[in-house]
Design a protein around this ligand. Structure first.
Ligand code: NCD
Length: 304
């Protein structure tokens, strides 16, 4: 039995197979509409979500399976003080696979130790978000045709943004990747990523404070929301939240074929006028999320 806690829990070749399966599903989704008949996915969400939870549910429904679960800690027995370990033991009796989102880093890992069914980390605190990363990789692969030879800019909250941490981790395994980190001084990436991932893998990277001077170097611009819920004080959030606003003026400086990704939800960091630009692919990206989760559910349930 496999769990997916970190984006590197799949080898590069397994990840390649996963993305290939997702691309086959894109070609002919109806071919897969019955492969999970009789199987159940539990979504255990202790933290708010729209896309991740609904795309997991849509993925399982598209495969002919069923879904059950809860969408907030208040509506589960966590509110009564139940531990994640106990909850997962019980859920193991009701479902065949589960996706868990939790505000505490490591909670899905703890669940995986006690679980009888595959556990997928659907976001743990400021740590990891592997299925968002698989979504991002599928988007880049499908629209750019490659996952190597890329200059990727990450812009916004690089300190608390788990999607950023996961994607940097995953990209570090491909060839000829250049990373440009664009953030305020207070929101730079955690040092474990700088030394343990970027430097350890000899990935060339630079850290800058402004987007305009570097935007023309990028193949992919990964915009992120300032993670309000992870700030210790409101004042800092208010001061930092609108540091970068991508607008048509900035887009005019970028390459014709640069892609703009964003895990969503967007707050102010991308002006709505950019939505019309064909390089803005964040809503397409949300659609890719369903296909890649369909492929992942099939893989973990060992459905051929
Ligand atoms: C992200 C998350 O939850 O980390 N959203 C998502 O899953 N698509 C990004 C965010 O909340 O800013």
């Amino acid at each position: 039995m496999r769990h997916i806690i970190s984006p590197t829990d799949l080898t590069v070749s397994e990840l390649g197979e996963l993305l290939e399966l997702a691309e086959e599903i894109i070609e002919d989704p109806t071919k897969y509409s019955d492969v999970c008949r009789g199987k159940k996915l539990a979504t255990l969400f202790y933290e708010p979500s729209t896309r991740t939870r609904l795309s997991f549910e849509a993925a399982m429904l598209n495969l002919g399976g069923s879904v059950l679960g809860f969408s907030s800690a208040d509506s589960s027995s966590a509110a009564k003080g139940e531990s994640v370990a106990d909850t997962i033991r019980v859920v193991s009796c009701y479902a065949d696979i589960c996706a868990m989102r939790h505000p505490k880093e490591g909670a899905p890992y703890v669940a995986s130790i006690y679980s009888e069914i595959p556990v997928i980390n659907a976001g743990d605190g400021g740590h990891n978000h592997p299925t968002q990363t698989f979504t991002d990789l599928l988007t880049i692969k499908n629209l750019k045709g490659r996952l190597n030879n890329l200059t990727v800019g990450f812009c916004g909250d690089l300190k608390f943004g788990r999607t950023v941490h996961s994607l940097i981790n995953a990209l570090s395994r491909y060839d000829n990747i250049n990373i440009i980190l664009i953030s305020p001084e207070e929101l730079t990436i955690p040092s474990y990523l700088r030394t343990g991932v970027l430097e350890a893998n000899n990935i060339p990277y630079e850290e800058v404070r402004k987007l305009e001077p570097v935007i023309d170097k990028l193949d992919v611009l990964y915009m992120t929301r300032v993670q309000k819920e992870r700030f210790f004080n409101e004042e800092d959030y208010i001061r930092l939240k609108d540091t970068y606003i991508l607008d048509t003026k900035k887009m005019a400086l970028a390459r014709e074929d640069m892609l703009v990704l964003h895990p969503l939800p967007r707050v102010n960091e991308i002006s709505v006028e950019v939505d019309e630009d064909p390089r803005a692919v964040y809503f397409k990206q949300a659609q890719y999320g369903v296909y890649v989760r369909m492929a992942l559910i099939m893989k973990l349930l060992e459905i051929k």
